[in-house]
Design a protein around this ligand. Sequence first.
Ligand code: FES
Length: 138
Amino acid sequence: MDNAKETRHRITVCTNCRHVGKPCRPGLDLLTHLQAALAQAGDALSDDFSLEGSVCMAGCERPCTVAFQATAKATYLFGDIEGDADIGALVSFAQLYRDRPDGLTRESERPTMLGGKTLARIPAAIVSAERQLSLVLQ
Ligand code: FES
């Protein structure tokens, strides 16, 4: 990775289940496999994302949970992510998310394997604040 280039995107996987009070094996495996899949995907995808494990992301009823975040982009939280079965869909979504200036995607654009698995889509705070300011100034 070019040291001068700052990674703007982050994928976070719940890897520390609060219910059992110890690291979550499925979450840790998902994190490892996703990292490898991003590297294999090419298109500099792995250079554009940092990956990390996290404590509970409040999607406990629908594990595994995975979040996509980036500066000035919408944040997504997905649940019901199944280990290897959903890796390809997460990589496809990463590409789509990276290539959108605001990170926003419609359900119909997302990989079908992620259908019904969006727990939250939170608009970027900066974008929202700029829109409100432009409305006030009109
Ligand atoms: S323990 Fe993983 S989302 Fe709550």
